[in-house]
Design a protein around this ligand. Structure first.
Ligand code: G3H
Ligand code: 13P
Ligand code: ZN
Length: 354
């Protein structure tokens, strides 16, 4: 199985009513945990690299990490996606590196902090789409800014996110504007704002409909039922790992994430890609803290990194099962990017939006 495009995978997910977790990768242990879990559950994979990952590991290492996974697990279809591209140029460089999918996040300006106008967003996204589709590569766009409906703060903890306070109209994607945006840009998938934010500190209490707007997903899906929706900031912030981190010397405050049942409700309403980074960070940190506390004589990193891999793998498996991804890898036959170019050129993949 070669690498496949995001569009191919999300079309399959929509036809078969499931969602796919998109995990951020920075190192071999994350990659192993994602792939081992996919192998054990027969799940197709989306792995994504952020700008932070590129500066941590270096683009060549990231690229070969993902290609190594494809070589080691040849029966698992893998989408190699660039997370939060801040300009068409960033997307172009990822396409040159071999990514099969890019996110053009034009909801923010090129600094990744300043909210952009609708017109700016359409302009940069359209440019990225023209370039990517001519290579058979998929594009995810974003409309609306990620951020907390509790505080109005975007929380740019992970280097991507608006600065300062935003009002509700910026924090919730408008269904009519979403339809216009998809029509104008021809994106393959659309990230929407519904009150989630990046990182561990999403909600100060278990979220209810006023701070996690699942109803808004339903409204957007009703307006653009043929568009694949993407939820960012979708870690569930596992309370068991939070407790372990704190028990073994960590200092994380009380905080809550997006419950898995709410994500499942999103998937029943058009969400096809679910971005998860923080949950794997928490599981690996908790497992390493615990391993080192329980084994004070150990100085072999392979031992505590194996504990981290297992902890992350358990989360990956649970998400593949809860999102309905499990069981679908073996149903997918790869369409190469050349063939995707032909499909874009023929108009077959044009957005179906009235
Ligand atoms: O976009 C947010 C992801 O959690 C990536 O985070 O930029 O620290 O790699 P990062
Ligand atoms: P979390 O911080 O909730 O894991 O979200 C990650 C994300 O949205 C990456 O784009
Ligand atoms: Zn994100």
């Amino acid at each position: 199985m070669a690498l496949i495009s995001l569009r191919q995978l999300l079309d399959h997910a929509a036809e078969n009513d499931y969602g796919v977790p998109a995990y951020n990768v920075n190192n071999m242990e994350q990659m192993h945990s994602i792939m081992e879990a996919a192998d054990q559950t027969d799940s197709p994979v989306i792995v994504q690299a952020s700008a932070g990952a590129r500066s941590y590991a270096g683009a060549p290492f990231l690229r070969h990490l993902i290609l190594a996974a494809v070589e080691q697990w040849p029966h698992i279809p893998v989408v190699m996606h660039q997370d939060h591209g801040t300009s068409p140029g960033v997307c172009q460089r990822s396409i040159q590196l071999g990514f099969t999918s890019v996110m053009m996040d034009g909801s923010l300006k090129e600094d990744g902090k300043t909210p952009a106008s609708y017109e700016y967003n359409v302009d940069v996204t359209k440019r990225a789409v023209e370039m990517a589709h001519s290579c058979g590569v998929s594009v995810e766009g974003e409309l609306g800014c990620l951020g907390s409906l509790e505080t109005g703060m975007a929380g740019e903890e992970d280097g991507i996110g608006a600065e300062g306070t935003l009002d509700h109209s910026q924090l919730l994607t408008d269904p009519e504007e979403a339809a216009q945006f998809v029509k104008e840009t021809r994106v393959d998938a659309l990230a929407i704002a519904i009150g989630t934010s990046h990182g561990a500190y999403k909600f100060t209490r278990p979220p209810t409909g006023d701070i996690l707007a699942i109803e808004r997903i339903k409204e957007i899906h009703a307006r653009i039922p043929n568009t694949h929706l993407v939820m960012h900031g979708s870690s569930s912030v596992p309370q068991d790992w939070l407790a372990i981190i704190n028990e073994y010397g960590g200092d994380m405050g009380e905080t809550y994430g997006v419950p898995v049942e709410e994500i499942a409700e999103g998937i029943r309403n058009g969400v096809r890609k679910v971005n998860i980074d923080t949950d794997l960070r928490m599981a690996s940190t908790g497992a390493i803290r615990k391993h080192l506390a329980d084994n004070p004589k150990n100085f072999d990193p392979r031992k505590y990194l194996t504990a981290a891999t297992k902890a992350m793998k358990d989360i990956c498996k649970a998400r593949y099962e809860a999102f309905g991804t499990a069981g679908h890898a073996s149903q997918i036959r790869a369409i190469d990017l050349e063939a995707m170019v032909t499909r874009y050129d023929s108009g077959e993949l044009d957005p179906k939006v009235n």
